[in-house]
Design a protein around this ligand. Structure first.
Ligand code: 9WO
Length: 263
């Protein structure tokens, strides 16, 4: 899959896209990703990418023409992209379903906004405007990184173990069950609240069921945990969750029991 990212801060992409599963996919060429410096597509001596807003007001606006030239260069070099995405607070919400859909496209361009906004005429060449959440950032670079990461995970061969992608919590529509690793007991030291010299030690054990070797019981415990957590923290997710018979039964039990779902 091909990605092109257009930004005035190309260095913001270097390390994040060189680490972990995405880094390895970029190294191998499974993900063919190019970061383009918007200033390379200016024509003036000072490489100016922004200007004052027509009508007045504070701050600066990203100019349209360097962005148009960057898109023309990408198209000439790599062909017509399937999507040109502008990351912006005015966009529609980027979700897991959206990540899955975009991962089936062969070539995506991401435009990163900066300053107080982007010249409205840029939208003539934008196919989708995406927001990763309701907050204002200094620019669209971090959202672009979020989108590349979430989309690339769905590209075949990027995540080594396909099961991790198929079973991740959002694909199934439930939150994750709790995870533990060795040792079976860890000691938590807390300074005594009254006497600073007193130290009380709590032994935190792994739930017995996970050490039992009873795989049917472990599976059931994990389902119950995932469902009760979702019920307690993100009940909105249950509307679209894909549950099997056993999971539907567990959900009914938890709802009837008036359980607060904390564990
Ligand atoms: C800045 C500003 C200042 C005064 C009055 C209104 C204003 N709006 C903005 C603004 O929206 N700035 C954006 C900063 C311009 C485009 C790049 N920026 C950005 C992208 N901030 N947040 C995002 C973003 C993108 C995707 N998902 C979440 C946030």
């Amino acid at each position: 899959m091909k990605f092109d990212i257009v930004t005035i801060f190309p260095a913001m992409f270097e390390r994040p896209l060189a680490e972990g599963v995405i880094g390895r996919a970029v190294e191998r060429g499974t993900v063919d990703l190019k970061v383009r410096d918007l200033r390379d597509f200016t024509t003036d001596r000072h490489r100016v990418v922004d200007d004052v807003p027509y009508g007045g007001g504070p701050g600066m606006v990203l100019k349209a023409e360097p962005i148009f030239r960057a898109l023309d260069a990408i198209e000439a070099e790599r062909g017509c992209p399937a999507a040109v995405i502008l990351t912006s607070p005015q966009g529609i919400r980027f979700t897991q379903a959206e990540a899955q859909r975009l991962s089936r496209l062969p070539h995506i361009v991401l435009l990163c906004g900066r300053y107080e906004g982007v010249d409205e005429r840029v939208r003539e060449r934008v196919t989708e405007e995406l927001s990763i959440g309701d907050y204002i950032l200094s620019g669209g670079e971090l959202p672009a990184l979020v989108i590349v990461d979430a989309v690339a995970r769905y590209v075949p061969g990027v995540v080594g173990d396909e099961r991790s992608v198929a079973e991740d919590s959002f694909t199934r529509g439930l939150l994750d069950f709790p995870q533990y690793t060795r040792p079976a007991v860890v000691e938590l030291r807390k300074a005594g609240s009254a006497d600073p010299a007193a130290v009380d030690i709590t032994r935190l054990a792994v739930p017995d069921v996970l050490l039992s070797g009873n795989h049917a019981e472990i599976r059931r415990w994990r389902k119950r945990q995932a469902i009760s957590r979702t019920l307690a923290r993100r009940p909105d997710l249950l509307a679209d969750a894909v549950l099997d018979d056993e999971e539907r039964q567990i959900l009914r039990e938890l709802q009837d029991g008036g359980d607060d779902g904390r564990d």
